[in-house]
Design a protein around this ligand. Sequence first.
Ligand SMILES: [Zn+2]
Length: 160
Amino acid sequence: MKKCDHVKDLILTDYIDGQVDKNIAGEIENHLLDCNDCRVFLKEVKSSVIFPLSQIQRLPVPAELWDRIKQNIEDENQAVSPLLEFFNKLKGLLLFPRMVPVFASFILMFVAGSVTLNTIQMQQAQAKDQGEYLVSLLNPTSTASLDSSDPGTPIEHYFL
Ligand SMILES: [Zn+2]
């Protein structure tokens, strides 16, 4: 009978563990009322699986073993502590939602500021280079004209 196979499967697994829902447990129990075969099966399972397990003596765990387990766990925690610290800090930040926008805007300002500074410096450097280049094109002796021994133009004489 197919139903018996199904009931026996359930008996061996979830029913014994008390994991089946009430409807299924009810179906199994109804089936057991009608079916001697499954009743015997359940009895056997209970006597051969459940009873021996319930009779097992709980052996006391030696304190030494607990200490070693504790030590191992602590060592493992120690090994990941920098990462753990980082996550804790991150968690701390997230626990104070007001801090997040402040922190984010600070980072944004910092990034934007450094980018702007870099561009300005680059633009200035380029402008200076270009200017000097143009001057050297127009007046190949312009650097020499800065020399004090050079008489220069009349305008320069006026201002100097
Ligand atoms: Zn049955």
